[in-house]
Design a protein around this ligand. Structure first.
Ligand code: 26Q
Length: 799
């Protein structure tokens, strides 16, 4: 159907007329986008059916990636790329007077995630399909994704996001596959030869699946992302107050929680988690049984992965289904469950470790609570056998203690694999956060360093770089990204360097245009584009970046001999709505921007840009244009980071701490091609242990640092002196929990080296090419192969 542009044009026009019953001359961009999207979706139907049929008839073991977030972004462009029809369609549309890029921009991002964890899930789906692996996503179809951010007078304002406002061409509602999920009520026990548990008086919610195709890269594989939506049940007995029931039911899939670090223990969040898990599992088991498979072999045919602890109720839910609905005894059910489930940890921040008070949990999920109690009791008995008399240790490792259920403990005990997301993160889990569990279950722990899909983050986001690479080394790297290493032969090649320079300039030019249209500010395309885009968090230290810019500004103002290569500092970041400090940092960036950008003495040298509403589609414009990638978290705090990989793949040079996957980036590119600075994780951990850090000493001993900190509260900005007091206090009154002051000197110095290096363009371009060449290791294809081989034991249909 898309074999020739003529065939495409004809189908496109026919489709348009069918959908809109008017002449194409009257079409709007939105209608054109819908038409194309619908056409593409129908085009993949055949392969979708075939893929499912293939998995079924070949009895393929299937993996399901359960995640509370999938941060997909736009789908049209990446679907066309993966289908291999982008060029034909682009030409065909052009002949109809339609610009494909303009159509792509009609699509609203599917922003069903907060940041790293949700985007990782999206990259994994792309890699699973592209590697012809039987692996699918299971998530929630939030009516509203992550809030839209507006900046008003420098402050973040949140608006409800409305990704479904123009419909969603990629999804198919499958009402006939609906599932009933039960909340509340009580558990009755009966004795009928064996103990039987009945969940009675429960409130029922209907989970309706919406399926989205996940298209592999030119391999005819189409996997499924199944997103569940909560609707009022048809089968609910009349219990009065129908409107209240409807409201409360629909609330379950209404909003994505906008918090990615702080757990506030809201009951609705727990409902979301159980809703996802119960609907997901029941539906997997339903189709499993339809194939006449034996549940005793469940773990040989199905792998279930829980993305952080959010879907960890999959463990007691699978136990419940096996025991209460299918008559299994505890031991058998436990054997099946633990062999089915695997778990990834994404954080060591204690405030982000999920805990639920039993007082909330028990009334909402009484049967699940009983099962967790039983898991806990049996686990504690095992602990007692090994650590007899060591009450303290048992108490610390217990799943339920002091009226709280610790979800990470449940995840470790109820799964066969526990992994961190970068080597240093896994090491920290093993040696600190989860040390006691590692000693008890050493065989469960493993590392799976994160990755990103090079299809979206290189090929789609940067077609110019893609063709430069292809011209040099061919296209083997597309299916085998490690082959990007062939570029090493070109790192010193003057004409390839020129090309890479031209590509970067081209992407900087486009971004500069975008910046102009979004903010009205003109930036110098010759300046260094220095970028920090990620969620706003104290530990990610956007503040360190700001203090450095203030320092540069002061030096330029005060010392006529001080000069720098002109720089454009670009920020993008959303703060959780309730995170007061993070919101102040946004205000600080914007306040600094106004000051710096308008000062006649510095405005040729320094620009500060805050791009509002940072999201996947904006990332695709920003990242290819970056010269410098800021990855400056306090060492030990960033589990992996994935932005770091996207920048590297697009030829930016990292300035970063030895944290998360930066460590592995250093390992790949060598110390000449990345700028590392600051405390190491061990040093940070040692300070935390011995309490030996005195932030104010750094304030007193570094006059530049002293100056910028004073400026936060001293009338330097035209705001009240209270405006940034919280930030000032975090540094000097609260002793700078994230070691901003400690690392300041090292950061400034490293920036100086980096700035000097940029001026030697040949050597800079060489570094840039080496980064691209070495980025193959960070393709999520590598990561997913490791999960598939070592954890899930699933196999490619091409084998
Ligand atoms: C949980 C319960 C209640 C409310 C919110 C949450 C919640 C939601 C999202 C907690 C955490 C998250 C997201 C965490 C996250 O994105 N972590 C990042 O994961 C990336 C992928 O592994 C890593 O690269 C980052 O280092 C890590 O910060």
């Amino acid at each position: 159907m898309f074999s020739s542009k003529e065939a495409f044009k004809q189908r496109f026009l026919e489709k348009f007329e069918k959908m809109y019953s008017k002449s194409f001359a009257e079409s709007t961009l939105q209608e054109q986008y819908n038409t194309l999207g619908q056409l593409v979706r129908e085009f993949v139907s055949h392969d979708w059916i075939e893929t499912n049929e293939f998995y079924r008839s070949n009895q393929k073991k299937q993996a399901y990636y359960f995640s509370i977030e999938f941060l997909l972004g736009r789908l049209l462009g990446s679907n066309l790329l993966n289908l291999g029809v982008r060029d034909i369609i682009e030409v065909g549309l052009k002949e109809l007077g339609v610009d494909l890029i303009e159509l792509e921009e009609q699509e609203v991002d599917a922003g069903l995630g907060n940041g790293g964890l949700g985007r990782l899930a999206a990259c994994f789906l792309d890699s699973l399909a592209s590697l012809s692996l039987p692996g699918h996503g299971v998530g929630i179809r939030y009516k509203h994704g992550l809030f839209d951010q507006k900046i008003v007078d420098g402050y973040q304002v949140e608006l409800p996001e409305q990704w479904l406002r123009n419909g969603n061409v990629w999804e198919i509602r499958k009402a006939s596959h609906s599932i009933e999920v039960k909340f509340g009520g009580e558990v009755q026990v009966s004795h009928n030869g064996q103990l039987m548990f009945h969940h009675v008086n429960a409130e029922t919610v209907t989970a309706v699946p919406y399926d989205m195709p996940v298209i592999g890269y030119q391999n005819k594989v189409v996997n499924t992302l199944r997103l569940w939506s909560a609707e009022p049940s048809q089968f609910r007995p009349d219990k009065g107050d129908v409107m209240k029931y409807k409201r409360e039911t629909e609330a379950i899939s209404e909003f994505l929680y906008p918090d990615d670090s702080h757990i506030d223990g809201k009951i609705l969040r727990l409902k979301q988690q159980y809703f996802l898990v119960s609907a997901g599992l029941q539906s997997i088991i339903r189709s499993y049984l339809k194939n006449n498979y034996d549940l005793l072999q469940f773990h040989q045919r199905v792998a279930i992965h829980v993305n952080d602890t959010h879907p960890v109720l999959a463990i007691p839910e699978l136990m419940r289904i096996l025991m209460d609905e299918h008559g299994f005894g505890w031991e058998e059910a436990w054997e099946i469950t633990t062999h089915t489930i695997s778990y990834t940890n994404h954080t060591t921040l204690s405030e982000a470790l999920e805990k639920w008070p039993t007082s909330i949990f028990k009334p909402l999920l009484p049967r699940i609570y009983m099962i967790i109690e039983e898991i806990n009791e049996r686990f504690c008995k095992q602990l007692w056998m090994k650590y007899t008399g060591n009450w303290k240790r048992i108490e610390e490792m217990a799943i339920i203690a002091h009226g709280m259920i610790k979800m990470a403990h449940l995840a470790i005990v109820g799964s066969h694999s526990v992994n961190g997301v970068a080597q240093i993160h896994t090491d920290i889990l093993k040696s600190r956060e989860m040390k006691m569990f590692y000693e008890f279950y050493p065989y469960k722990f493993n590392n799976k360093t994160n990755g990103i899909t090079h299809r979206r983050w290189l090929m789609k986001a940067n077609p110019e770089l893609t063709s430069a690479i292809k011209d040099a080394i061919g296209d083997e790297w597309i299916v085998n990204p490690k082959k990007l290493a062939l570029l090493m032969d070109y790192a010193k090649d003057a004409s390839f360097q020129d090309k890479i320079f031209e590509v970067k300039q081209c992407k900087k030019r486009s971004l500069a245009k975008r910046i102009k249209s979004l903010t009205g500010i003109v930036v110098d395309e010759q300046s260094i584009f220095d970028v920090q885009v990620k969620r706003l968090h104290a530990y990610k230290r956007q503040l360190l970046n700001i203090l450095h810019i203030m320092y540069l500004y002061n030096r330029l103002k005060e010392d006529a001999n001080f000069s720098i290569t002109p720089r454009t500092f670009i920020f993008g970041a959303k703060a959780s709505p309730g995170y007061y400090y993070a919101k102040k940092i946004i205000k600080l960036i914007n306040t600094l921007a106004v000051k710096v950008n308008n000062d006649p003495k510095t405005k040729e040298m320094l620009k500060v840009i805050f791009l509002e509403n940072y999201r996947v589609s904006l990332a695709e414009e920003i990242i290819p244009a970056a010269n410098v990638s800021e990855q400056i978290s306090t060492a030990s705090k960033e589990a992996s980071g994935t932005g770091n990989m996207k920048f590297m793949m697009n030829g930016a040079i990292t300035i970063g701490t030895l944290d998360g996957a930066n460590v592995e980036i250093l390992e790949e590119v060598g110390s000449d091609n990345i700028y590392t600075f600051g405390l190491t994780a061990d040093q940070v951990l040692a300070y935390q242990r011995n309490g030996g850090y005195r932030a104010h000493e750094y304030y007193h001993h570094n006059k530049y640092l002293h100056q910028v900190i004073d400026q936060l509260v001293g009338g330097f900005f035209s705001v009240t002196s209270q405006e940034f007091e919280t930030i000032y206090d975090s540094l000097l009154v609260q002793n700078d929990e994230y070691f901003v002051l400690k690392d300041f000197h090292s950061y400034v110095h490293t920036h100086e080296k980096l700035g000097a290096a940029y001026n030697d363009q040949n050597s800079w371009l060489e570094k840039s090419i080496i980064n691209i060449a070495k980025s193959g290791r960070f393709s999520s294809d590598r990561t997913i192969k490791e999960y598939a081989d070592e954890i899930w034991k699933i196999h490619s249909s091409k084998q």
